[in-house]
Ligand binder design. Structure first.
Ligand code: KIV
Ligand code: NA
Length: 264
């Protein structure tokens, strides 16, 4: 596998080839995912939940993400390394530039930010300065308290239309990738068709350009609530490397996510 860049992901979208992403937080797992050809590794602020045992992602700091980004960078040979900007680290464009620079220096090749219209100026400021941006729409976990829980988003027609507009506006502002989380499959398909940048889904059906899972869900070691959209690939393979391989193969074949993992 050659080095994955935003350009290779765009080409995959244009050719209709589905790609795989996983969260990664350390060098060993990053290396195992990279060896199986997982295209994108995300140092997600989900680390607040799966590594730190917090109730949500809000306590995570830029220093936390930077620490794990340095580790993942060491294990990633070809995968695109993307780092989450944590809660309030991009509340203003000024803050976003300083904090994104720290994550890029830690080894990220792209940063991910949650939000729509309010974020456009920041997205364009970052990209103009050479920092590639991935947007994140739908169930954006940093807004969990605003939503009143981890709830599916975009069910009402008005909300759905606004999300499509947000996706297009993010692309216009310079975003080169977009994550959509926990939305009906029909909306995910509409967003994927409405933008020319690659769209990665989680809990968003099989029609996005790529899929992402939290690695702890793929391996079935998340404690507490297991989301409907996740799948324990380790249970059906009995081996971590085979589990990663099976995930990638099922995403490529559009066998994952299946109907049982999808909101309609
Ligand atoms: O933090 C995270 O793991 C994420 C993915 C679930 C998209 O943002
Ligand atoms: Na995240």
């Amino acid at each position: 596998m050659a080095k994955i860049t935003t350009a290779s992901l765009l080409k995959m979208k244009q050719q209709g080839n589905k790609f795989s992403a996983l969260t990664a937080y350390d060098a060993s797992f990053a290396s195992a995912f990279d060896a199986q050809g997982i295209e994108v590794l995300l140092i997600g602020d989900s680390l607040g939940m799966v590594l730190q045992g917090q109730d949500d992602t809000l306590p995570v700091t830029v220093a936390d993400i930077a620490y794990h980004t340095r580790s993942v960078r060491k294990g990633a040979k070809n995968a695109l390394v993307m780092a989450d900007m944590p809660f309030m680290s991009y509340a203003t464009t000024e803050l976003a530039m300083t904090n994104a620079a720290e994550l890029m220096r830690a080894g990220a090749s792209m940063v991910k930010l949650e939000g729509g219209q309010w974020l456009l100026e920041t997205v364009s400021a970052l990209t103009q300065r050479g920092i590639p941006v991935c947007g994140h729409l739908g169930l954006t976990p940093q807004s969990v308290h605003l939503f009143g829980g981890f709830k599916i988003q975009g069910r009402q027609a008005e909300q759905a239309q606004a999300m499509i507009k947000d996706a297009q506006a993010l692309e216009q502002a310079g975003a080169q990738l977009l994550v959509i989380e926990c939305v009906p499959a029909s909306l995910a398909k509409a967003i994927t068709e409405a933008v020319s940048i690659p769209v990665i889904g989680i809990g968003a059906g099989k029609d996005t350009d790529g899929q992402i899972l939290v690695m702890h869900d793929l391996l079935g070691i998340s404690t507490g609530y297991i989301p409907k959209f996740s799948k324990n690939f380790l249970a059906e393979t009995g081996d971590i490397h085979l589990a990663i391989q099976r995930y990638k193969a099922q995403v490529a074949a559009q066998e994952f996510p299946a109907d049982e993992h999808t909101f309609n």
